[in-house]
Write a protein that binds this ligand. Structure first.
Ligand SMILES: NC(=O)c1ccc[n+]([C@@H]2O[C@H](COP(=O)([O-])OP(=O)(O)OC[C@H]3O[C@@H](n4cnc5c(N)ncnc54)[C@H](O)[C@@H]3O)[C@@H](O)[C@H]2O)c1
Length: 268
């Protein structure tokens, strides 16, 4: 007999690692997985940052959250998460590659027009947004292989599938660095590569979020909404359904796909 939708989305007993889990989207996705019964491991830049997020999640959401620190720009950045999964869990059911170098506007050579973008900021972004995903996935694969329902979810961006509309940034202290989109585009191909190589044991999919409202300059928000069929920027809860769908047995026959959650940004 077929299982009910409620049963298919039940993540009780599943263990999920979320990189960048202390960030805005990371915490919302962790909360959604915990609501469905998963235990989560929040991995982020420092142990303290990950611990604070895990404590907040347990207080607000209930359920169990663990934490681990590690800078994914560094070669040893994945060591502690591997040690944790090996020692505490022995297997992994869900891996969300969500951490990203988003930079800050004060970083030299980053949030500026193309001619001013630096090779150094390019390398740092590609290191976190692409190279480290290879490293995390490669090192977690043995633990994912021990799961009965393994699912990897890579978090991309609309700028990995289309070029930036520079009219959005005209006259504003905002920009769209080339390295960000290039890294995300590479991650889409890596998603397909892994889906092919890891099947049927491990499913590998992607979520492509559109721009999320974070109190940006009102002129930017208005231009963005004008250019989006759904007439607004995304909000964090827009991604809860996508993460639960791809993490759970609701999507047991789905692999190698990119679920675009962008309010229609990419349809025109
Ligand atoms: N915010 C948006 O509009 C938007 C749009 C499309 C896609 N995305 C993607 O969604 C994901 C989450 O973004 P967010 O908006 O929540 O950003 P965020 O900055 O709130 O979270 C990113 C997290 O990654 C962590 N991180 C950054 N560098 C790291 C490193 N070197 N080592 C370990 N952890 C590191 C940060 O500490 C942070 O907690 C990213 O992959 C981002 O590219 C965001």
């Amino acid at each position: 007999m077929e299982r009910s939708v409620k049963t298919l989305m039940d993540l009780s007993g599943r263990r999920a690692l979320i990189t960048g889990g202390a960030g805005h989207l990371g915490q919302v996705m962790a909360a959604a997985l915990m609501e469905c019964g998963a235990e989560v491991l929040i991995a982020d830049l420092t142990t303290e940052r990950a611990w604070e997020a895990a404590e907040r999640l347990m207080a607000e959401q209930g359920g169990r959250a663990r934490w681990v620190g590690g800078d994914l720009e560094q070669p040893e950045g994945t060591d502690d998460m591997v040690r944790f999964v090996e020692r505490e869990w022995g297997r992994l059911d869900i891996l969300v590659n969500n951490a990203a170098f988003v930079g800050t506007s004060s970083l030299t050579g980053w949030n500026v027009p193309f001619d001013e973008q630096s090779y150094e900021s390019w390398c740092r972004a590609v290191q976190v947004n692409l190279n480290s995903v290879f490293q995390v996935t490669r090192r977690m694969k043995p633990f994912l292989m021990r799961s009965e329902a393994a699912s990897v979810i890579n978090i991309l961006s609309i700028y990995g599938i289309c070029g930036p509309d520079l009219r959005l940034y005209e006259g504003l202290a905002m920009n769209n660095p080339a390295a960000y989109g290039a890294g995300k585009a590479g991650l889409l191909q890596f998603t397909r590569y892994c889906a092919s190589c890891f099947a049927p044991a491990i499913r590998v999919n992607a979520i492509t979020p559109g721009g999320i409202f974070r109190n940006q300059d009102p002129r930017f928000v208005e231009r963005y909404a004008d250019r989006t069929p759904m007439r607004r920027m995304a909000k964090e809860e827009d991604f809860k359904g996508a993460i639960v769908y791809l993490a759970s047995d609701l999507s047991a026959y789905v692999t190698g796909q990119n679920l675009v959650v962008d309010g229609g940004w990419t349809v025109w």
